[in-house]
Write a protein that binds this ligand. Structure first.
Ligand code: ZN
Length: 743
């Protein structure tokens, strides 16, 4: 809202509220301006505002009519009028600014962006146009939002809305002091800066103080200003305080039932907590009333897709799996969840207040809906209190991620968010979760990538006190990934130097509301700046060499790849070790390990190929074809136990592989690991194999060997049902009968 009529001299008593705009409107010969109507709305006089906007629709100029239709929520007509107005006054920047604002409000940020840009072509010093650009950027947590807002303030220091926006952005970045100052600046310019009051209320709430004084101030100016509550709710949700956020979205729609944006967010956040019925009602209501932004539409679509999922309860876990892969994935997820819960209960010295729901999405788009409107990557998994949503291993190219590693990561969040009652900075909970991945298995977790090496070389790591920025509002591509890495290494460092319990002490300090600098000072006994210095020294010892080698490595790897391509195996083997030692953690596509293994195999040296691939495996290499090849080599070299262990690793990477389960089942059966063989043969059955008779027979013989005769009989009969003449199954059935009689 802009240009409020608050400085008028004449004021009358209107419905118990002193309102200059209302006075003007009461005047008979009055012809309203858009600013008058906005002011009426701002003060919560809805029927009067409605009348006011209606009066604008008959104005003589199209620009005014556009504002009238917009105020009446007749968006298409408003759009038409803006188009006409800009045709009539092609040089008028403000028409384009306001038109852009309409577009922004109606979910068309691309068009909004264009219009603000066009406005700036006409009037390069238009503060409102920069403010519009800032709003668009803020939607996507783009670091440009701050830049544009600064520009708007610079061009028009009295633009209090820009200060309000800046306050919100700073609070998103967890910079409370700056947020507080900006909100005050806005209030100095306009004592009726409602959003600035809402930011103040959010600051109080985030610090567990009462927001009531600020909320009361808002109510006095506009008793139906739902936007204020919604703004508070947005900040709570961003700080992962979903339950509190939901309570504020409820207040928002109670004050203003037609505030669809808040109603949609209520639905979306209820979904995040695992609910279905109420979210559907709320979102359908938004949709029916024309509020159809991407988040609303996609969330409704996701709710529809839930019919394709099954909900499976086991112990403290509720698994929500897609029907088409539930049988396959369930045993692996159940087993891993048990292991995780037992480990974390001990490690974090606590138990969870209820069961954890894990939702696994084979369609990445469905999962992406869960993270819409959230900053950062959220690429593989996301945690909402006791609910985890994650990609299914089948939803990504084989080997792109380690689902089990992701599950340990997300489960760490579940514990830490619970332990701190959601009062933990993003950097710390992410860092700890990354740290836990490699604690669970040294082969898990991401390895240092070329992007991270470059960021370290260019000294782009953030001071510990400012780490949150790197997650919420990245300033360069991949800063989020770099921040995950850095936060993880900070936790590695703390554990190494002070012990694991120190990390837990820090969790408790964050729960007690201490800031990052205070936690560093109190728990580690040093200033944050000293911590940064010592951490960097420690990190340099670990990866400094690799950082320094980076350019040389890149050139030599290119060369090695060319030699591998031209099948110059001797050269690959001669130079491979050096390239590898320049950057040992490089296990990503086109790595020296796989080049060298291929060369060894081509030259017939299976032992050497197995050795290099074992090194690759141990350092965290997880490309499924390479690991399967290693398993074959191990088998050929007469090491069936190693071969089985290698294949079993793939269950935590890409279990959607019939051949894997078949081979592992056979290996374990031969090694008398019957429970393992049963699990693997059942996985083959779950994948719907072409040769159903053999699959059922294999499960039957594993059950038989394990002494589970009933199960063995079920499967042998299932086998014979498909292939009545299948001799091995017939024989096993006879054996089963004999053994029963012999009992
Ligand atoms: Zn995380």
């Amino acid at each position: 809202m802009n240009g409020l009529a608050t400085h008028r001299a004449a004021r009358i008593f209107f419905r118990g509220v002193v309102c200059a705009a209302c006075f003007s409107f009461a005047g008979l010969a009055w012809s309203a301006t858009p600013d008058d109507c906005h002011a009426l709305r701002k003060h919560g006089h809805r029927p009067e505002a409605q009348k006011c906007y209606e009066s604008l629709t008959t104005a003589r100029d199209a620009f005014t009519r556009a504002e009238g239709f917009w105020g009446l929520e007749q968006y298409e007509e408003a759009n038409n009028q803006f188009r006409q107005a800009s045709g009539e006054s092609p040089q008028n920047a403000m028409i384009r600014v306001r038109w852009g604002r309409l577009m922004h409000e109606r979910f068309n940020n691309t068009e909004a962006d264009n219009l603000f840009g066009e406005a700036l072509q006409r009037d390069p010093k238009n503060a409102q146009a920069y403010y519009g650009l800032a709003l668009v950027s803020a939607d996507g947590f783009d670091s440009k939002a701050i830049e544009y807002t600064k520009k708007a303030i610079e061009l028009d220091p009295k633009l209090y809305e820009a200060h309000e926006l800046m306050a919100g952005l700073q609070l998103e970045d967890n910079d409370v002091t700056k947020a507080f100052d900006e909100a005050d600046q806005a209030l100095k310019i306009s004592p009726e800066a409602l959003d600035a009051m809402a930011i103040h209320a959010a600051i109080e709430l985030l610090a567990d103080r009462s927001p009531d004084a600020w909320l009361e101030k808002i109510r006095q100016i506009n008793p139906v200003y739902g936007e204020g509550y919604a703004l508070v709710a947005d900040q709570l949700v961003l700080n992962r305080r979903y339950v509190d956020g939901i309570a504020y979205y409820r207040k928002a729609i109670e004050a203003s039932p037609k505030l669809w944006s808040a109603r949609a967010q209520l639905g979306i956040n209820l979904m995040r907590l695992g609910q279905e019925e109420e979210p559907r009602q709320q979102l359908e209501m938004c949709y029916a009333n024309g509020y159809r932004n991407e988040e609303t539409v996609n969330s409704l679509r996701l709710l529809d897709s839930y019919k394709n999922f099954v909900t499976l309860k086991e112990g403290d876990t509720i698994l929500k799996l897609n029907k088409k892969e539930a049988d396959l994935l369930r045993p692996y997820f159940d087993e891993e969840m048990k292991r995780i819960i037992a480990t974390y209960n001990k490690k974090y010295k606590m138990t969870l207040p209820g069961p954890v729901q894990v939702e696994v999405y084979p369609d990445h788009e469905d999962f992406a809906v869960r993270t819409m409107g959230m900053p950062g990557l959220g690429a593989l998994g996301v945690t909402f209190g006791l609910v985890i949503a994650m990609d299914s291993p089948s939803g990504r190219p084989p080997g792109e991620f380690l689902w089990a590693s992701t599950l340990w990561h997300e489960m760490s969040h579940v514990y830490i968010l619970t332990a701190t009652n959601f009062r933990v900075p993003r950097w710390f909970t992410e860092g700890l979760a990354v740290h836990e991945e490699t604690e669970a298995s040294p082969e898990w977790g991401d390895r240092i990538t070329p992007d991270i090496l470059v960021a370290i070389r260019e000294k782009k790591l953030l001071p510990v006190a400012e780490m949150d920025r790197g997650f919420v509002r990245p300033e360069y591509p991949n800063q989020v990934i770099v921040s995950y890495y850095q936060a993880g290494r900070i936790c590695d460092y703390i554990k190494e130097r002070w012990g694991a319990d120190k990390l837990l002490d820090m969790v408790h300090s964050f729960a007690a509301h201490k800031t990052t600098p205070d936690v560093i000072r109190d728990n580690l006994g040093m200033a944050p700046e000293d911590f940064d210095k010592q951490f960097m020294e420690w990190l340099d010892k670990d990866v400094g060499k690799t950082v320094a080698n980076f350019d040389e490595w890149r050139t030599k790897l290119k060369d090695l790849a060319a030699k591998a391509k031209s099948k110059d195996y001797d050269a690959v083997l001669k130079e491979g070790d050096e390239v590898r030692s320049l950057y040992p953690d490089y296990i990503y596509p086109a790595n020296p390990y796989e080049f060298m293994a291929d060369a060894d195999i081509a030259k017939g040296d299976k032992a050497a190929a197995a050795a290099i691939l074992t090194t690759y495996e141990k350092i965290g290499g997880h490309n499924p074809p390479a690991l399967k090849q290693l398993a074959s080599l191990e088998q050929d070299l007469g090491k069936p136990a190693e071969a089985a262990a290698t294949l079993d690793r793939l269950n935590y990477i890409f279990p959607t592989d019939e051949d894997l389960h078949h081979r592992l089942g056979d290996l374990w059966f031969a090694q008398n690991n019957f429970p393992g063989a049963i699990r693997e043969y059942n996985a083959v059955i779950a994948m719907g194999p072409l040769d159903k008779a053999s699959a059922q027979f294999n499960a039957a013989r594993a059950y038989f060997a394990a002494g589970q005769k009933d199960k063995a009989e079920d499967h042998v009969l299932a086998s014979l049902e498909v292939a009545p003449d299948f001799r091995p199954a017939q024989k096993l059935l006879l054996q089963l009968k004999d053994s029963n009689e012999g009992k």
